[in-house]
Each structure stands twice: as C-alpha cells, then as structure tokens.
Design a protein around this ligand. Structure first.
Ligand code: FAD
Ligand code: FES
Length: 262
C-alpha cells in the first residue's frame, strides 16, 4: 500500500489494537499494528477509524497520526473522549481488530530550517510525529491542566495551563503574544479554532506566510466524496480531508471560517 498524501483514494486496512493507555482522565493513547499505515504515514495525516459497536453504529471518526513505530509496523493516536464515538473507541480492549482508513489527507510540508510548534489541547496530538521529522526549536503548548498536556520534543518548551498547575497560568495565546516567532523558518499551528484565529491575527504577514495550520472539521467519508468537511479559503471552499487537513495559514479565510463555526 502506498501513502496517499494529496490523493483521495480510500485505503482500508485491518488494524490490531495493541496497547491502550489512559494518559489523563478521559484522554487515551492507542497503539495499532497496521504496517501499511505505519509505512506510509506522514506527519499531519490522519486515519479514519471504525468505532461502530453492534448496538451503536456510528460513522468512522478521524484522528491525527500521533507517532509511528515503523519497526513494529505500528502507529499511535491520542484522543479525548468528547462524545459517543470516542467513548466507544475508548472502551476497546487490546487485541481488537478494527477497520482503519489511511493514511489520509495532506500533512505538513516538512522542510529544513527551524520550526516553532503551537498547540492547544488535543491539537498537539500530532506534534510527536512532526518533531521526529523536523528541527523543532520551540514548542508552545497549552492545556486545561498538567495531566492534559501532551508530550512534545523541542529545544525550548513553553507551557500554559488554565489551572496554573504547570507553566504559565492562562492560555497558550498569552505565551504566543510574548514570543519572538519571526526568528523561526516555519510555524505549525493546531488547536481549537478561536485559539488559532487569535494566533494568526497576531502574526505579521511575513510569519503568516511561513505558518501551516492543521485544521479540523466534522468529517463523514474522510476521502473527498461527501463534501461535508469544507472550510472557507481565500479561493473558495476547500475540503479539509483531501486539500488538508494541513493548510498554509494564508490560504484560509479566517473570518469566513469563524463565521461558519458560529
Ligand atoms: C483531521 C482530524 C484529526 C483529528 N485528530 C484528533 C486527535 O488526534 N485527537 C482527538 O482527540 N481528536 C481529534 N479529532 C477530533 C475527533 O475526530 C472528534 O473529537 C471525534 O470525531 C468526536 O467523535 P464523538 O462521536 O466522540 O463526538 P460527537 O458526539 O460526534 O461530538 C461531540 C462534540 O465534539 C464536537 N466535534 C466532533 N468532531 C469534531 C471535529 N472534527 N471538529 C470540531 N468539533 C468536533 C461536536 O461538535 C460535539 O460538540 C480530529 C478531527 C479531525 C477532522
Ligand atoms: S469528509 Fe467527505 S469530503 Fe471531506
């Protein structure tokens, strides 16, 4: 199987759930053995995982590939339980075989040079994979509390927690507003839309041009067919699942996206 970065073809494989870890209350790390996905995935790509339970059929749910262990033919996701699909997935036990589509979408355009990563909450789920492929000099991470913080390798780590249990007491944006981001060649941004909007509003045009955003939108098919995942861009609507989920920040119509999400 080949990577389908930028290619809408659905690639489906059976993945065996190998390990389940509750890394924080309601936040789970799952490791799946699926060599076809582990071999082909690029940072920023995602998988669509079957979460159906006999009594509760729901559509697949999308999750960023958090890390790959190529030698084990395995990949990991980290997710928070927010509704029925994630609750069903969280109740899965090791040894279960699940249908997974992926790797899907366009990931980060990895490039040489220094990187700064900015992540809010589960938005940092994909950073471990990205930080294995690029030179991350700075990571600015925010979470509700210490236990919700996701790990990330970086030369310098700046942390904000809403309850003040680690780092700055406040929001990730408080740290962003104080950072010298123009000294980095590339920026990666992922998190809740209002947080990302506040960050891009703050960036100079020059830095915005070097920023990539990992977008999230409700997805059904995950491979370009249903058009349910579109987000407004400066040249019209684009599909988050196949044109993204990683977009150049300057391609997005931020005001339009904020309006769409109410
Ligand atoms: C490309 C992509 C990658 C993702 N990666 C991760 C990840 O690594 N870790 C993680 O925890 N989550 C990730 N998500 C979000 C995850 O897919 C949703 O949390 C999940 O589908 C919710 O399913 P549910 O049935 O539990 O919740 P539902 O019952 O469907 O919804 C519960 C609540 O979550 C909101 N919600 C659900 N899906 C989304 C979404 N896609 N965007 C914004 N709000 C949503 C709903 O509006 C509702 O308020 C990703 C989403 C996308 C599109
Ligand atoms: S989720 Fe169906 S087109 Fe994107």
């Amino acid at each position: 199987m080949e990577s389908n970065s930028g290619d809408p073809g659905p690639l489906e494989t059976m993945a065996t759930l190998n390990t389940v870890e509750e890394v924080a209350r309601g936040v789970f790390r799952h490791r799946y053995v699926a060599p076809a996905i582990a071999d082909g995935a690029e940072p920023g790509q995602f998988v669509q995982i079957e979460v159906s339970h006999l009594a509760f059929p729901v559509t697949r749910r999308p999750f960023t590939v958090s890390r790959v262990m190529e030698e084990e033919g395995a990949f990991e996701i980290v997710f928070e339980v927010v509704g029925r699909g994630t609750a069903i997935l969280a109740s899965s036990i090791p040894g279960r075989s699940l249908s997974v589509m992926g790797p899907l979408g366009r990931g980060y355009r990895t490039a040489e040079g220094s990187w700064a990563l900015i992540g809010g909450g589960m938005g940092a789920a994909g950073f471990p994979f990205l930080s294995e492929r690029v030179d991350v000099r700075l990571a600015i991470l925010g979470a509700r509390s210490t236990e919700q913080l996701l790990p990330c390798e970086a030369g310098e780590l700046l942390i904000a927690t809403e309850d003040g249990s680690r780092g700055r007491c406040g929001l990730v944006t408080d740290l962003v507003f104080e950072a010298c981001l123009d000294r980095y060649d590339h920026l990666a941004l992922c998190g809740p839309l209002p947080m990302m909007h506040a960050v891009v509003e703050f960036l100079t045009e020059d830095v915005l041009e070097r920023t990539q955003v990992s977008a999230e939108s409700r997805m059904a098919c995950g491979w370009g067919v249903c058009e349910g995942c579109v987000i407004p861009c400066v040249d019209g609507y684009r599909k988050c699942c196949t044109d993204g989920p990683v977009f150049p920040a300057s391609d997005i119509d931020w005001a339009g996206w904020m309006e769409l999400c109410g």
